[in-house]
Design a protein around this ligand. Structure first.
Ligand code: FE2
Length: 287
């Protein structure tokens, strides 16, 4: 059973932290599997860099068709014009996305657990589906920053339903670029942006360009095995990893299938891989 504190924090602050949610061995198993996926990844061919600032057609296509796939996205600036890696391959990838939870057995076992079913149901999602997964590397020296945003801007449902489950796979600290969040910001802050697909490309609608009050954000440091659950309206960001320690993390995004998932959201799956009802999938994998 989740503590009252956990549930209260979630509703009051927009996020709640559960330490020792996952055993260290499970984290290390997921970490090793992510390493294998990177090892098998062909980084050549262009268009495989993750960037929030610069888009090209091939980049857009690689990204927009990743909703039902397992793909690696390179950090910016780690490949030269000849396609040669400028850093160790293991440190070259920004993230893996976005359907490992349904396509990779190790990721599926980590993602669909009785704990997740309990968190999601106690936090009020009636018919949850796991929409997206991301394994984030934030490698020493190259792991880039993520600017302040809310996840609802990227996975828009009507009404808003997205919830993020974030796992510390490594110890996450201020030094290696932990997440920062704005307690209560899920209630007080307006929706500033919406990222969506448009004509084979992506675009960001801006509704409000007021900067976030960064002084109100707090670091969410988390030892390996911690789960942070947060509301899709919670403003959060993370800084560049300037330390010499990696900061691997894994996130899944859950939506309520009773809410309407907008057609022009950037992330879609083909009919061959429909979203799975979360509770049934947890039961199936636990059997
Ligand atoms: Fe986010």
């Amino acid at each position: 059973m989740l503590s009252d504190d956990f549930l209260e924090s979630y509703h009051r602050d927009g996020f709640a932290v559960l330490t020792d949610a996952v055993a260290a061995e499970k984290c290390l198993e997921l970490r090793a599997r992510a390493g294998e996926i990177v090892e098998e990844f062909d980084h050549t061919g262009g268009g495989k860099t993750f960037s929030t600032t610069e888009q090209t057609h091939s980049r857009e296509e690689y990204f927009l068709t990743s909703g039902g796939a397992v793909r690696c996205f390179l950090e910016e600036g780690v490949v030269d014009t000849q396609g040669r890696l400028l850093v160790e391959k293991a440190n070259s990838v920004n993230k893996i996305g976005h359907a490992m939870h349904d396509l990779d057995p190790v990721f599926a076992a980590f993602s669909y657990t009785p704990l997740v079913a309990e968190v999601v149901s106690q936090l009020g999602i009636v018919n949850p589906q796991m929409l997206q997964s991301m394994y984030i590397f934030k490698s020493p020296g190259v792991g880039g920053e993520v600017v302040p945003h809310i996840d609802h801007s990227f996975l828009w449902t009507q009404p808003k339903s997205v919830m993020t489950l974030w796992y510390a796979i490594d110890d996450s600290t201020v030094e290696n670029g932990c997440m920062w969040a704005m307690p209560g910001g899920h209630l007080s802050e307006p929706v500033r942006q919406r990222f969506r697909a448009e004509g084979g490309s992506t675009t960001m609608d801006v509704y409000d360009d007021t900067p976030y009050p960064l002084g109100e954000f707090v670091p969410v440091e988390a030892p390996r095995g911690t789960l942070v659950a947060f509301d899709g309206m919670l403003p959060h960001f993370s800084r560049h990893n300037h330390s010499d320690r990696p900061r691997h993390a894994y996130t899944v995004h859950v939506i309520d299938s009773d809410a309407r998932y907008l057609k022009d959201n950037w992330l879609h799956r083909g009919e061959e891989l429909p979203l799975r009802p979360l509770f049934e999938e947890v039961e199936r994998l636990s059997a």
